[in-house]
Design a protein around this ligand. Sequence first.
Ligand code: SF4
Length: 207
Amino acid sequence: MRDKASIVKLVSIRYNVCMDQAGRIASLIERLGNLLRAEERTSGTGLLPVHVQMLSYLSVCNRYSDTPAAVTEFVGATKGTSSQSIAVLERKGFLRKRPDAADGRVVRLNLTAKGRKFVENNFPPDKFGSAIGEMKPDDRAALTRLLAGLLASLQKENGGRMFGVCHTCRHFRRDALPGSHQCGLTLEPLTDDESMKICREHERPAA
Ligand code: SF4
């Protein structure tokens, strides 16, 4: 049986190993982020990485998540930076604003055909797409799961929204309505396509 001093030493070694690994993982993610942003700058359109992030988000978010506030939260920008970026993207013809059908005070952001084409051609950037494409499918799936889990933990710690994929939400009701799924929060129907989109109201199922 171990004495108290050796248990404390063991816990301390494990803690230090864990911190070393956390530092290594943080450094890898930081470098990957830098590479990704560098590639996004080379799209030849004069768009900044934050613009590309906004466009790629709008290409996959659902109808509850396409407001300026949701985009701002997703990219983690300040309100001022975000509204300037939205204005640039609107001026360049990548997105358009439209009033919400039910509440004219709410603004929705929709990609134009030019915006959709830009995302199709530029996100993910080519080199990133090919490097990930060379991974084994199981490794890709494992990496996606691990990164999504890490992101969710960090978002929870920060009290931020999850922005998860709809069909993994605790409010998602599969086949609850004739011919469609249902959102348990809004009670509105959801198509298969919508169930694959990102939602700002997403909540993780209970463990
Ligand atoms: S089920 Fe969850 S993720 Fe899907 S629309 Fe409803 S709140 Fe959003």
